[in-house]
Design a protein around this ligand. Structure first.
Ligand SMILES: [Zn+2]
Length: 370
């Protein structure tokens, strides 16, 4: 199997970075930008955004996303871009706006810049969009021929976003090395169907170490809406290191559990990273990893308030029937859990979910009988 490493063309990060957006877009050769954004995200960028575009002679039109990342919405925005004569796409906001912008740029054949206004997932850097039906049901993965040309992250903007989103992004980042490491050791193909490089593995490990070292201090800073050096480091881990780490390093059981629990309605109000958080503990139990690493992860999650039990992700009534349904979905044939170094059965997955929940409950001081 060949190895492959992919990443965004350019990554820019720092407090006030938005004031440089015009300079970087003009380097991409754009002069008419279609800005695809969620309203909160566009507002969060403030005056620095339009001023920088104008200063570099870039005309722009802001189009707000409405609803899901679905074919209809992608078509509507692409049409708006065509009538404007767009030659560059800029995605502003959270996961949904970013995924829509990626698909619009692909459809229009323009360069793509992503400006995340939250650090909740590792989606901004990847060459992947998740397509849903207009009703919000998963439809397909759109694997794009290339990653965004530019990812620009203003940490002063990120620090003012809700802290729960920021912490959720830390769980998505914490899982990166644990999954990439499993995928690498078993020689499993990654997201692009290729093998992982030493570069991706090193960045994934750096991601893990950074979250453990700086995550708590960063959370405290974001609670006060300031971008300290710890915030800078965690933003880089959440967005860049985790993005490259998962895409070029590979996924394993933690993300399959994230997918699996979505069969239960009660988990839908929880963020991706929050479900991944319990997924990490699940993967460690499934792999029977040394106690030292379980304690390390558990200690961190408890300290920053990330989920470690089923109840923490909304599953208050964990009946055997429900958890067996989750286990079946988690062990689905298309799931990345099959990069684990042993045959994955529904029975093993069920046992590891219950085992992980028990460890999480004990750590939180919840008695087994309640
Ligand atoms: Zn993820």
């Amino acid at each position: 199997m060949l190895k492959m490493f992919i990443s965004p063309g350019r990554y820019v990060q720092g407090a006030g970075a938005i004031r440089e957006i015009g300079k970087h877009l003009s380097l991409l050769g754009g002069s008419k930008a279609l800005v695809v954004g969620d309203p909160v995200g566009v507002r969060a960028l403030g005056d620095g955004f339009p001023e920088s575009l104008k200063a570099h002679g870039i005309e722009f039109r802001v189009k707000e996303c409405r609803g899901e990342c679905c074919q209809k919405e992608i078509g509507r925005l692409a049409d708006a871009g065509s009538s404007f004569g767009m030659d560059i796409t800029v995605g502003v906001g959270g996961g949904k706006a970013i995924d829509i912008a990626k698909a619009v740029a692909h459809k229009q054949g323009t360069p793509l810049a992503i400006v995340p206004t939250i650090a909740a997932t590792d989606a901004p850097c990847s060459a992947l969009s998740v397509i849903y039906t207009p009703e919000g049901v998963f439809e397909s993965f759109l694997v794009l021929p290339k990653n965004p040309d530019l990812v620009l992250v203003d940490t002063a903007v990120i620090a003012k976003a809700p802290v729960r989103l920021f912490v959720s992004g830390m769980a998505d980042a914490l899982s990166t090395w644990l999954e990439a490491d499993t995928s690498y050791r078993t020689g499993s193909p990654g997201m692009q169907g290729t093998g992982s490089t030493l570069a991706a593995q090193s960045l994934a490990r750096l991601c893990y170490d950074t979250i453990l070292a700086d995550g708590h201090a960063a959370k405290l800073a974001v609670e006060h809406k300031v971008a300290t050096e710890a915030v800078e480091r965690v933003v880089e881990a959440n967005i860049l290191l985790s993005g490259i780490g998962f895409e070029s390093g590979g996924l394993a059981a933690a993300h399959s559990l994230q997918d699996g629990v979505t069969v239960l309605e009660e988990t839908h109000s929880f963020y991706h990273g929050e479900k991944v958080s319990f997924g990490i503990l699940f993967q460690l139990v499934l792999e029977n990893r040394p106690q030292k690493i379980v304690d390390e992860v558990l200690g961190f999650c408890l300290k920053v308030g990330l989920p470690v039990t089923l109840e923490d992700i909304g599953i208050t009534d964990a009946s055997e029937e429900k958890i067996r349904k989750v286990a079946e979905a988690t062990a689905g044939a298309d799931e990345t859990i099959h990069s684990e170094p042993f045959e994955v059965t529904t029975e093993k997955v069920y046992a590891a979910i219950i085992g992980a929940d028990a460890i999480g409950r004990e750590a939180k001081g919840i008695s087994p009988s309640t």
